[in-house]
Design a binder for this molecule. Structure first.
Ligand SMILES: Cc1ncc(COP(=O)(O)O)c(C=O)c1O
Length: 321
C-alpha cells in the first residue's frame, strides 16, 4: 500500500478550507437555499484567523514586520485570537487591545494563546456586550499609544488591504469551488468590511451577476445612509456605525439589509437547535438576513453566508438563555 503522510508543519497551515453546509432544516419548504461557510472550523474558532495569517505573512514578505517586533491590534476578540496563534507560532510578541464590553472568554482565550491583553473601559453608560463606535474609538487611541511606546507593528484590520485579500484569495474562491459556482447572492454583517470586500470582489470577478448585500444592525445602519439611533446593539464583531469603511468598494454593494438584536439571537438559537451549528450573534445576523433575501429580493436563489465564529465565545452572555 502506498501510504503518504498528510501532516501540517504548523497550526497556521490549518487555517482555511472550511466546510460549506446547506441549511436544509431552517429553510424547509422554501424555494432556494442558504449555504453556510463554517468559519469556526479555523484553529482560533473564527474567520479572523485567515486575515491574521495574511497580514503577518504580507508584512514579513515586504519587510514591514521585523523579526521579533511586537505586533499590536485593536480587536473585538476574534482578530486578536487569530493574531495570538499566528504570532505565537511564528515568534512575535503580540498585544491585543480590546473593549471591556466584549465577552470575557475572548480575553481569556487570547491570553491562553500567549497574548498580552489590554482591556479598555467603555464610555460612561456603556453596557457589557454592547460595544459602540465611541467605545471603539477609545480602544483605537490606546492601541496607537502602545504602538508608539513599543515601536510596534500595527496589524490595522480596518485599513490593511491584507484583510480583504485573505477573503479574495481564499474564502470567496473556496465558496465558488464548493458550490460549483451555483451562487446568486451573498450577504455579510460588516465590521471592518474585510470579509464583505474580499468575498464580493471574488464573486463579482467570477460572475458579475452575483448580488452582494451589506448586513447592518437595525438602528445602526449608517452604510445604508441611516442615522445611528441605537449604536449599542448586541451583535458583537461589527455594526460600529462607521460611515466610511476603506476596504469596501461601493460598486460591489447591491443592497442593504437590517437585522435586529432579537432576529440575530433567535436565528443563532435556531442554528444550534435545528442545524447543529453552534455560532455567535453575527452568524445569526447573517442567516436572518439571508432568510429575508430568500423571502424577498432573492426568492428561489442560492445565497452564501459566513458563519463567523463559535458560540463557545459567548457562553458568558445570554445568547442561549
Ligand atoms: C464575530 C464577528 N462577526 C463579524 C465580524 C465582521 O467581519 P469583518 O471585519 O470582516 O467585516 C467580526 C470581525 O471582527 C467578528 O469578529
Amino acid at each position: 500500500m502506498n501510504r503518504s503522510e498528510n501532516i501540517l508543519p504548523s497550526v497556521v497551515d490549518a487555517i482555511g478550507a472550511t466546510p460549506l453546509v446547506q441549511l436544509n432544516r431552517i429553510t424547509r419548504g422554501m424555494p432556494g437555499r442558504i449555504l453556510a461557510k463554517l468559519e469556526y472550523f479555523n484553529p482560533g474558532l473564527s474567520k479572523k484567523d485567515r486575515i491574521a495569517r495574511q497580514i503577518i505573512e504580507d508584512a514579513e514578505a515586504d519587510g514591514s514586520l521585523r523579526p521579533g517586533q511586537t505586533v499590536v491590534e485593536l480587536t473585538s476578540g476574534n482578530m486578536g485570537t487569530g493574531l495570538a496563534l499566528v504570532c505565537g507560532s511564528k515568534g512575535y510578541p503580540f498585544v491585543a487591545v480590546m473593549s471591556r464590553g466584549n465577552s470575557a472568554e475572548r480575553a481569556r482565550m487570547m491570553a491562553a494563546l500567549g497574548a498580552e491583553v489590554v482591556l479598555v473601559a467603555q464610555l460612561p453608560g456603556g453596557k457589557p456586550g454592547q460595544v459602540s463606535g465611541g467605545d471603539l474609538d477609545l480602544v483605537e487611541q490606546e492601541a496607537q499609544r502602545i504602538v508608539r511606546e513599543r515601536d510596534g507593528f500595527r496589524a490595522d484590520q480596518f485599513n490593511n488591504a491584507g484583510n480583504a485579500r485573505a477573503h479574495f484569495l481564499h474564502t470567496g474562491p473556496e465558496i465558488i469551488r464548493q458550490s460549483a459556482g451555483r451562487l446568486d447572492a451573498f450577504c455579510d454583517f460588516v465590521g471592518s468590511g474585510g470579509s464583505f470586500a474580499g468575498c464580493a470582489a471574488a464573486f463579482k470577478q467570477y460572475k458579475p451577476a452575483i448580488r452582494c448585500f451589506v448586513v447592518e444592525p437595525a438602528g445602526a445602519a449608517v452604510l445604508a445612509g441611516e442615522p445611528a439611533s441605537n449604536p449599542q446593539h448586541r451583535i458583537q464583531g461589527g455594526g460600529y456605525s462607521r460611515p466610511q469603511l476603506p476596504l469596501i468598494k461601493p460598486e460591489h454593494i447591491d443592497g442593504y439589509i437590517q437585522v435586529t438584536d432579537d432576529e440575530a439571537t433567535h436565528m443563532a438559537r435556531r442554528l444550534a437547535r435545528e442545524e447543529g451549528i453552534f455560532a455567535g450573534f453575527s452568524s445569526g445576523a447573517n442567516v436572518a438576513a439571508a432568510m429575508k433575501l430568500l423571502e424577498g429580493r432573492c426568492r428561489g436563489q442560492s445565497i452564501a453566508v459566513l458563519i463567523n465564529d463559535s458560540a463557545l465565545k459567548y457562553l458568558s452572555t445570554d445568547l442561549f438563555d
